[in-house]
Design a protein around this ligand. Sequence first.
Ligand SMILES: [Zn+2]
Ligand SMILES: [Zn+2]
Length: 363
Amino acid sequence: MPAAIPTTQTVARVYELGGGVQFEDDYPVPTPANNEVLAKVLYTGVCQSDLHTKAGTAAGADGNPITNIKLPHIGGHEGVGRVIALGPGCASDIHVGDLVGIRFASRICRRCEFCLAGKEQHCIRGTNHLHHEDGSFQEYIALDADYLTVLPQDIDPAIIGPVLCAGVTAYKAVLNCGLRAGEWLVVVGAGGGLGHLAVQYGLAVGAQVLAVDSGSEKEKFVKELGVHAFIDFAQTKDLIQDVHDITSGGAHAVVVTAGSPKAFKSAADMLRVGGILSCVGIPPGKAFIEVPVCTIVIKGLRITGNLVGSLKECLEAVELVRRGVVKPKVSVRPFKDLPAVYEELERGDIAGRIVLKVSQDVD
Ligand SMILES: [Zn+2]
Ligand SMILES: [Zn+2]
């Protein structure tokens, strides 16, 4: 017998951008509407974008702060849940008991040019769990059954959350580099949540990975992942020169995963002729990459970015984790540690990713 569904739940709310997180126990549990499922949120990752959105510093495509944010705000877009009820009209291949993901994109139109092109995270009528709808920092969530992230049922729900945003983003960034086996990939911010996944997706495509980060803890961590070289950016006298020395003339690709604008600034200088700079994660405010036009032209550089990935790409990133090729480093903490986790994210001292245990799985 499925457990009875309560009428109220615990959520982490933010009342104004720049304000703190408040836990409330009397928030209504949504009733799944037509073609929606109700999922119990088991685990959720905490993404830099949650931090920047809460702080009011998240930048849009024009570089200005995103202000169209539902308030009060319930963040979280790296959630793993279990379907506990179906609203009317759900397709017959969706079942109570299914493990599902709560990702950045929440609803799409399926008709615009980006939906038709398999880039539905850019849907012109789309909504997401960061700005428009309550995310996974709550115990129960209603999800669109036709755009449901149905996860493999044999995965560990505690480690999959970070794959749904950080993981697919890192996976797509590596795909965008078009690397061949043996080519050099530099990952800036290699020990972080996005970074340690970019390292592993890079290794999965056969690249030689040069990790850039700082501190002995992160050095030890990325070396255990199997990187071919490590540079401590806080210790080196000349980061760019070191990269060129190790890679014999520059990297074939650089993925910048660090959240600080400084990390992006000179990343293109690390590239060899024909190299690709792949940007992921969005630093707060209006950060710039400084590359002289002559450098881009003469060296034939390419600069690319991506916003998470499609549902299809997300499930590809999940599959590599399910098969054990990529292993997210996750430490599980209680839901109510969220404010402390935000502070740690801000200080940049988290190796891997923190996952919050939001609620107990159903029996
Ligand atoms: Zn995210
Ligand atoms: Zn669309």
